[in-house]
Design a protein. Structure first.
Length: 326
């Protein structure tokens, strides 16, 4: 089949359907040369779009007048083909990162941006301490990596986040860390694919949203310090499935209003640590975690040394018999 003869829109459909297999298996042998060229061109275009947006934002933050003359106002930019916004408003080109030189005053209205193709927003607004815009019109259904997205956005209240489609989020580590004014309702969020929620709401002193419907059944890495220093957080988390979570250390540290009795039914077989909170939940038995693993290691080591010792004795006995016979 001649892939080069297909219209661009048809090629896009084929790429959407097959690209996952191509990227995951790297099995290009069964794909025509024309198709491979198209995939490479598409990836190159995406990379060029991503880099161009970062250059434009850098110019906007350093020389707004020149940027207006060259590209127009930031709120009118076409970002519909951008796939990565990593460190978009918190990135520097310095070899040694100096936080004091980062742009911290960004608060432009970018609510009309088409982010439907964006997959990665890692630290997008990192240290944009003045940012507090309504993002309700953003289509975030394609975003997978929003970790640190609003890290140190001390004035961000979370307007518009209530309606976000978060079903494809995979890592929300530090997403709202140090958002001192975060207070909007996130009870409608669905998180069936998230694997790491460490520090997600750390130091959000006015945050008190109901998170009872959060799905943490896939979280294996950590919920460590997730609600630490959230003195107003009081949500009922009794329905959370914590069986796979391995690290929950200090999850409720200084969350003084949170009632830990709702965690009595949590299953913590995989959890390796809980300490640093104002109490310990029922059912948390360290014996089932680190202590149990330590005992198993001791038993294995003991068996090894016993086996090794018997082998040495057998060798020495064989040598003794040999010497006696000769």
């Amino acid at each position: 089949m001649n892939f080069n003869a297909l219209p661009e829109d048809c090629m896009s459909v084929i790429v959407e359907y097959l690209q996952g297999t191509v990227e995951d298996l790297n099995d290009y042998s069964k794909i025509s040369r024309g198709f491979r060229r198209h995939v490479r061109r598409r990836r190159n275009r995406e990379m060029a779009e991503n880099q161009m947006l970062h250059r434009k934002v850098k110019l906007w933050c350093s020389n707004k007048e020149e940027c207006l003359r060259t590209y127009g106002h930031i709120k009118t930019w076409d970002v519909s083909r951008v796939t990565s916004m990593r460190f978009l408003f918190g990135r520097t080109d310095q070899e040694v990162l100096d936080g004091d030189k980062w742009n911290k005053d960004f608060n432009e209205n970018i609510s009309n941006w088409d982010v439907s193709k964006v997959v990665d927003t890692h630290c997008m607004f990192f240290e944009a301490r003045s940012f507090d815009q309504d993002l309700s019109r953003w289509d975030v259904s394609g975003i997978e990596f929003p970790e640190g997205m609003f890290l140190y956005c001390s004035k961000f209240r979370g307007r518009g986040l209530e309606t976000w489609d978060t079903r494809n989020f995979r890592d929300t580590c530090c997403m709202f860390c140090h958002c001192l004014k975060l207070k909007y309702d996130l009870s409608g969020w669905r998180t069936p694919k998230v694997k790491d929620m460490k520090l997600m709401f750390y130091d959000c002193p006015v945050f008190e949203s109901d998170l009872s419907k959060f799905d943490i059944s896939k979280v294996r890495r950590s919920t460590e310090l997730m609600f630490a220093d959230c003195p107003k957080f009081v949500s009922d988390l009794s329905s959370w499935d914590t069986r796979k979570c391995m690290h929950m250390g200090r999850i409720f540290e200084n969350a003084v209003k949170f009632d830990l009795s709702c965690t009595d039914g949590w299953k913590l077989e995989s959890c390796g640590g809980w300490g640093g909170t104002h109490t310990t939940p029922k059912g948390y038995e360290p014996w089932n975690n680190y202590d149990k693993a330590f005992i198993i290691i001791l038993i294995v080591c003991f068996c090894f040394f016993v086996y090794y010792g018997l082998w040495v004795v057998a060798v020495l006995f064989g040598i003794f018999i040999f010497l006696c016979l000769t």
